[in-house]
Design a protein around this ligand. Sequence first.
Ligand code: NAD
Length: 255
Amino acid sequence: MSNLLKDKVVIVTGAASGIGRAIAISAAQHGAKAVLVSDIAELPREGGTPTTHEIEALGVATRFVRADVSRKADVDALIDAAAPFGGVDVMVANAGITARDDGADVSEESYRRLMAVNLDGTLFSAQAAARQMKANGKEGSIVLMASMGGIVGAGMTVAYSTSKGGVVLMAKALADALGPDGIRVNAVAPGTIDTHLLRTAAGIADAAEGFRQRTPLRRLGKPSEIGDAVVWLGSDMSSYVTGIALLVDGGLLAV
Ligand code: NAD
């Protein structure tokens, strides 16, 4: 499609399914040299073939690396797997989970898991990538997956919104810390995107129809539309952009 990511080595976490899968495929379509697909499971939650098969079909080097992002050792091993390809240039910390809690009903177990995946996992991923980029003297790009729920609070997902608000701040703080090394860090904040997470998370699928009706573009987003935003942030086309949260929401938060 383009050569925006020419010569870049890209890692995407949570890339077996949904948005992460679309990002990994977009990276390959836009000229990446290699795409490392990482997840806790290799097969997509929505069914179908492994993401690596789609990328191989595009003639791009790829590898599946199993990693639970809440475990720092897994994340460190994932980043090490990029070394044979020349080291990571674009790190996409996409893995995330959600749960409806309506504020008053957050179980300790659900809260701890949400924070472990969405906050700890995102920070571990960004930091491990930054360490390798610095060691290789690379001016890389790190993209963190936030959510519109991390920009405006959503009462039905209080713990999730809290974690994603943390991701938005994490992008700003990391942008400050890593900017002097030429490493850019941005967040993407999707609106309502049609994925397995949206369709199956208890109590969230019903709410999605309400979001669709309130969205100026009157439709849910496609995972590939988040892939397009990530390709731009990962590419040199956004070379003076760091510390932002890029809303990709069909205009939902504008109204
Ligand atoms: P999804 O459930 O379809 O896919 C998420 C993937 O992450 C799955 O393949 C899953 O196995 C993987 N994963 C879960 N826990 C993991 C862990 N501990 N380590 C590694 N991988 C793990 O979800 P999605 O809709 O594609 O969401 C992807 C990201 O986008 C998440 O961070 C989510 O919060 C964010 N997001 C989604 C929407 C939406 O409307 N779908 C909106 C805003 C933000």
